[in-house]
Design a protein around this ligand. Structure first.
Ligand code: G6P
Length: 353
């Protein structure tokens, strides 16, 4: 097993470090300029609306994908698979239901696919596992090409899912998109830089023992906040919650005290408003760690601590910020001596509804 971990203490750490390679794999298969090899253009013909269904980390990747698709002018929505199965959305001939599932075996997601197919929707599986149940039952399959993931907490597959969904959105949007395609060229190198320079261990050490850890963001920073909190609670067992930053004042602010740490994810989207939310939290005594590229000096001045990411467009910045947060969770859990690859009560693939 030690050999399989490639010199790392845990699979999760290894998989975090495999992200540059995994990302190059999905990006290269697209670089031929002919679109994704898994999707022929006839399959996407006539699609006017996309409904994403997913669970857990895949749900957060789907939400990120929804933001990207919407920017490209595609009507898109994201649904928890367990809810979709009983509260299906209306579908029409132009609806594509996209099941985002690393394993392709999650019962809730398979249930949502079944619901969509009963309503005659076209279905696509976005998955890491060739020949998985989702890939077999859907009308099409798009493989994220991340390589096997062993750690229960998903890491590299989140990044690869987001890139796959963005490339899918590019292909679907075609020429008539209001915005150009996202340029992910700098992403693998940017992730390498984060892995080499991250101060995440110091941050985890400094704030060990605090009561609660909150994660806030806007735009693509919102799914990253949800994912940051999920990762943190799954493996450290500490109380962690993610919020859309604008919602802080509608309830969660009641939880914020001097014993709280707030991670604020700055991607270049709505940074000024996020800065306002940072001040709201600091007024209640919380410590704020900003994940930022440092180009906004006001963010640097206001934050109590910084996790740096390379300068990049917002869609890329969100993924770089997510890698910083994966590392913070990892170190927080490692310092507490948690069984990182196999957290209590959780499974890699949940095959019951
Ligand atoms: C489990 C795992 C999560 C994962 C979720 C969805 O809860 O512990 O890490 O995100 O299932 O899995 P899927 O294979 O459908 O992406």
């Amino acid at each position: 097993e030690a050999a399989e971990k490639g010199g790392y203490d845990h699979y999760m750490r290894k998989e975090i470090h495999e992200q540059p390679t995994a990302l190059r794999q999905i990006l290269e298969c697209h670089s031929s300029g002919e679109g994704l090899p898994d999707l022929d253009s006839a399959f996407l013909d006539g699609i006017r609306e996309v409904q994403f269904v997913a669970c857990g980390t895949s749900y957060h990747a789907a939400l990120y994908g929804e933001y990207v698709a919407t920017e490209r002018g595609i009507p898109a929505s994201t649904h928890l698979a367990s809810e979709y199965a009983t509260h299906a959305r209306p579908v029409s001939e132009g609806t594509l239901v996209v099941a985002v599932t690393q394993s392709g075996e999650t019962a809730d997601t398979l249930g949502a696919i079944e619901t969509a197919q009963r309503a005659d929707a076209r279905t696509l599986a976005v998955t890491n596992v060739v020949g998985s149940s989702a890939a077999r039952v859907c009308d099409g399959a798009l493989y994220i090409r991340a390589g096997p993931e062993i750690g229960v907490a998903a890491t590299k597959t989140f990044s690869s899912q987001v890139v796959a969904l963005s490339l899918f959105a590019d292909q679907l949007a075609g020429e008539d998109s209001p915005s150009g395609p996202v340029d992910f060229g700098s992403l693998p190198g940017g992730v390498e830089r984060v892995l080499e320079t991250s101060r995440s261990r110091d941050i985890a050490e400094r704030y060990r023992g605090r009561d609660a850890f909150f994660f806030i963001g806007r735009g693509v920073g919102y799914p990253v906040a949800l994912e940051g909190a999920l990762k943190f609670k799954e493996i450290s067992y500490e109380h962690a919650e993610g919020f859309a930053a604008g919602e802080l004042k509608h309830g969660p602010l009641a939880l914020v005290t001097p014993a709280s740490v707030v991670f604020a994810i700055f991607t270049g989207q709505d940074d000024e408003k996020l800065l306002g939310n940072v001040r709201e939290a600091q007024t209640r005594g919380a410590t704020v760690v900003a994940v930022t590229d440092g180009t906004n000096e006001e963010v640097l001045r206001q934050a109590d601590d910084i996790l740096s990411i390379p300068e990049a467009p917002p869609t890329v910045a969100g993924l770089l910020a997510n890698v910083q947060l994966q590392l913070v969770s990892y170190h927080a859990a490692a310092l507490l001596g948690r069984p990182i690859d196999k957290p209590r009560n959780l499974a890699k693939s949940v095959t019951v509804e």
